[in-house]
Write a protein that binds this ligand. Structure first.
Ligand code: 6PG
Length: 221
């Protein structure tokens, strides 16, 4: 982990902790939506160390891979092992998983299980892939149009570029937040973001669906 990425993770954790604590002053419970993948790990660790009223914080994921919760590809496992540690273990984590063997079969159960979360979220933290996807809004997925347009909260997604099927909150649901943050690292992603900022076709680079939320960008080389 480069020093710059570590510093970025710490600055992001500071900003998110500040946002959560401001909202906790006004609301009984607050919602934090995080992303999976590899980038957020140092941020999760830094956030877990913050003194917050964790028992009043709900945490969920922007999207999930449809795998066993013990799989190393599980975003829920990533959150449990890196964020829900120490005092932060008192947070209520609502995963996007269900007993069903496919996300298409499980999406209704996940919708029921996440129905108790109260939106708008305090903060939605997004990641981005090299193809401009965010959450599981993939440019090559057949369900992209649906995920970008539906008012339903969740969409089951299959995409040729990814090994597992997925479930994602829809763009309209992810828009429901007081603050949106994009957390990315590396020159490749900087170039993808620059490209995204230079055009409008959301289906080509789905991160564009969030560029005017407004979106705070946390980037380090
Ligand atoms: O489950 C996931 O993979 C995500 O939530 C996804 O949208 C992620 O944020 C990007 O793919 C970036 O992933 P990296 O941080 O691993 O580059």
């Amino acid at each position: 982990m480069s020093q710059q990425r570590q510093k970025l993770a710490e600055q992001l954790a500071e900003a998110v902790a500040q946002a959560l604590s401001e909202d906790l002053d006004r609301q009984e419970r607050v919602l934090l939506v995080v992303s999976g993948g590899s980038t957020p790990v140092p941020f999760f660790k830094a956030l877990a160390a913050k003194p917050l009223a964790w028992s009043r914080i709900d945490i969920t994921l922007a999207d999930e891979r449809w795998v066993d919760e013990q799989s190393s590809d599980s975003n829920a496992k990533l959150v449990r092992e890196n964020l829900l540690q120490g005092d932060a273990a008192a947070a209520r984590f609502v995963p996007l998983t269900a007993e069903a063997s496919t996300p298409e079969e499980g999406v209704a159960a996940v919708a029921e299980q996440t129905a108790s979360l109260s939106w708008p979220a305090s903060v939605v933290i997004l990641g981005m892939g090299g193809d401009g996807h965010t959450a599981s809004l993939f440019p090559d997925s057949q369900e992209l149009g649906l995920a970008l347009s539906t008012d339903e909260p969740l969409v089951a997604v299959r995409t040729p570029s990814q090994p597992q099927p997925r479930i994602t909150f829809s763009a309209s649901r992810l828009h429901q937040a007081h603050r949106h943050i994009l957390h990315i690292t590396g020159d490749d992603k900087r170039a993808v973001l620059a490209n995204a900022l230079n055009g409008d076709d959301v289906r080509q680079l789905p991160i564009r669906a969030f560029l005017s939320c407004p979106l705070a960008i946390y980037w380090a080389p």
